[in-house]
Design a protein around this ligand. Structure first.
Ligand SMILES: Nc1ncnc2c1ncn2[C@@H]1O[C@H](COP(=O)(O)OP(=O)(O)OP(=O)(O)O)[C@@H](O)[C@H]1O
Ligand SMILES: Cc1ncsc1CCO
Ligand SMILES: [Mg+2]
Length: 276
């Protein structure tokens, strides 16, 4: 595999740009994570707005710098909202991050994802391994919203998915894989297992992918910056929680703190880009 040309300092530059520019990120997301996602976006430096009212979708997309679509809790109204917003974003060149929550768990989710991908083109897709494998057409059963596979097994499916849809694909897990439609692959070895025990960390990563796509035109690099930031912040939060004998509830708050407070030295010391 080609050695990556991306360095941690490139990703740090994007984090600084996000903090300076405060892009407006419009999310149509699930009812479990809406508040947490908004706090994650604010902590990282973006400006969130959540709405799915059909009457205002086109106007909101028109003033947003990124759109995030998350299928975690679906119903017919939300699916129509996602379709309208996706089309509007594509027409205006607004980048779109898609979170295929629970892909492979139910026929309704699979159908909805197929219809969305037929209606428009996401700039980036972020899911756990079994979600990405399912979306790429592999026969894999996602267990509810949690992954049933490792990220290495999802690499080939992710590359195929990226090429087929012209979208960057991020497979999150113990080692995150960020792949581009042209075959570029970046592996990031950050994070902590406890991140899987706080609901919506993956969804929030997808929201960050949208935010970084608003400020970095190379969607692969933008997705890598989002993924590295979440991984580094998760590591810091887990360490701090454990140091005070706390668990994942405290860690959720510390994760938001770390997204806000991580500095250049802390980020560069921790970000682990893995080359083959
Ligand atoms: N075993 C692990 N070790 C370290 N970090 C992990 C591990 N598993 C997941 N992560 C990190 O947790 C974050 C969320 O990824 P995950 O794959 O759990 O998302 P998800 O399953 O979509 O989550 P959710 O649906 O709850 O939002 C990513 O930043 C990822 O790097
Ligand atoms: C737990 C859960 N159920 C539907 S969406 C969601 C949030 C994490 O994906
Ligand atoms: Mg998820």
């Amino acid at each position: 595999m080609a050695r990556t040309t991306l360095q941690a300092r490139d990703l740090w530059a994007d984090i600084q740009t996000l903090r300076e520019r405060r892009p407006l990120v419009h999310s149509i997301t699930n009812v479990v994570v809406t508040n947490f996602n908004a706090n994650v976006l604010l902590a990282a430096g973006a400006s969130p707005v959540m709405t799915q009212a059909h009457e205002e979708l086109e106007d909101m997309v028109a003033i947003a710098q990124a759109l995030v679509i998350n299928i975690g809790t679906l119903d017919a109204y939300a699916v129509e909202a996602m379709t309208i917003a996706l089309r509007a974003a594509n027409a205006r060149g607004v980048p779109v991050a898609l979170d295929p929550v629970g892909a492979g768990a139910t026929a309704y989710r699979n159908r909805t994802l197929a219809a969305l991908l037929a209606a428009g083109r996401p700039t980036a897709i972020r899911g756990n391994a079994s979600e990405i494998m399912s979306l790429a057409g592999e026969a894999v059963a996602t267990r509810g919203v949690d992954s049933s596979a490792g990220t290495e097994a999802a690499l080939a499916p992710a590359l195929a998915l990226a090429a087929n849809h012209g979208a960057v694909v991020c497979v999150s897990g113990a080692v995150d894989h960020v792949v581009a439609p042209d075959g570029r692959v970046l592996r990031l070895d950050n994070g902590h297992e406890w991140m899987t025990r706080i609901t919506g960390v993956g969804c929030s990563l997808t929201a960050l992918v949208g935010a970084f796509c608003a400020v970095q035109p190379d969607a692969w690099r933008a997705t890598a910056a989002a993924t590295a930031l979440m991984g580094v912040a998760g590591e810091i939060a887990a360490e701090q929680a454990r140091a005070r004998g706390a668990g994942v509830g405290t860690m959720a708050a510390l994760l938001v703190d770390a997204l806000q407070l991580v500095d250049e030295a802390g980020f560069l010391a921790r970000a682990r880009i893995v080359d083959d």
